[in-house]
Design a protein around this ligand. Sequence first.
Ligand SMILES: [Zn+2]
Length: 247
Amino acid sequence: MVVLLVALLAGVYFLKYNPWILLIPCFVFLFIEVSGASMLAANFHFISTCTGGTKEKKVALTFDDGPHGAETEKVLTVLKKHEASATFFCIGKKAEQDRELILKIDKAGHLIANHSYTHSFFFNLQNTKMLQEEIDKTNACIEGIIGKKPLFFRPPYGVATPALGRAIKNTNMSSIGWDIRPFDTSIQNPEKIVKKITNEIKPGSIILLHDRIRNSDKTVDLLLQFLSKNNYQVVSLDNLLNTPAYA
Ligand SMILES: [Zn+2]
């Protein structure tokens, strides 16, 4: 990219090319950066695990942005009804405010994982040190409640930047993405959300949902009925990925 830019600069200077031509490599660079940074599955700045890579009919349910009071409680009730295990990517700040619920999730046999401390809108503008603090503070909070330190981290907004890559490496975390994202935060209709998931489901799928949505429990109930009818086993991430969830 730099070589191309220098060649075009030389062209503009010596061969009197139109200077606007310099914008081409800038746009190409910007496109690669933006698309690479926003897609975890592209593994552009760091590696994220987005499927279980198995032929067995096993899938993992993951919930982001909790714990979220009554909505999380309702999801836990439905999971218990179907005897399914899930993984909750929790926000440190919210975990600190509802320690009882974190303990309840853990006691029910589900995994607690790290989804940053603030989940701030400006999360990805922070430098490596600040991002490490987000991860460490959340891990310390969760460990203080359940006595286990998470190893799974999911980047807020699914955005991958070089600084976040360094922070994940320095804190020895594993980045976890997904291969099925039904956009439950914007669709909000359980039937439509489940339809989107069942259209794409395959062995090893990691499904991204949110336990802060009002009808999450209805979505999970419908989805678990479908999975059971179709002989899918719902397992927690450590089981699907065959790797420990806690240090
Ligand atoms: Zn999130």
